[in-house]
Design a protein around this ligand. Structure first.
Ligand SMILES: [Zn+2]
Length: 137
């Protein structure tokens, strides 16, 4: 897909989700979805800066929040650092953290069996899993 087609396709995705497709928003979406994997806002800024040299970190945050609200990306809060990264995979999934390599990998729900055995006092609304270890793929 060439760049122009990319822009038009992304513009349509944003419009359908109720997000005004400004050039900056298109660039942020494109980076999170096509060119990166669980980037932090700082990483998004560095990448988008190549297209929009003076984009502020606040604009990057606002854009990412707009995309999260529209359901186009997910915010993932990392358990150790508390840092937030952004996930293009909006389907329910878990994560594997390889701290040595600094990797955050998606895990399919079918690969993890969670068997809750809690008393009825616990009303579970959601389950989020971060598995830590070493990845040698
Ligand atoms: Zn993910």
């Amino acid at each position: 897909m060439n760049d122009k087609k990319d822009q038009i396709a992304i513009s349509e995705i944003l419009s359908k989700a109720g997000v005004n497709p400004t050039a900056q928003r298109i660039a942020v979406f494109k980076y999170v979805h096509n060119e990166s994997d669980h980037p932090t806002p700082e990483q998004v800024k560095v990448a988008v800066d190549r297209v929009f040299p003076k984009i502020s970190l606040a604009t990057v945050y606002n854009t990412l929040n707009a995309l999260v609200e529209a359901g186009l990306v997910k915010a993932v809060k990392l358990p150790n650092s508390g840092k937030v990264c952004y996930d293009a995979n909006t389907a329910k999934h878990y994560h594997f953290i390889d701290e040595k390599q600094g990797l955050l990998l998606d895990l399919d729900l079918k690969d993890i069996k969670i068997d809750l055995n809690l008393s009825t006092q616990f009303e579970v609304k959601d389950v989020d899993v971060f598995i830590k270890g070493h990845y040698s793929g």
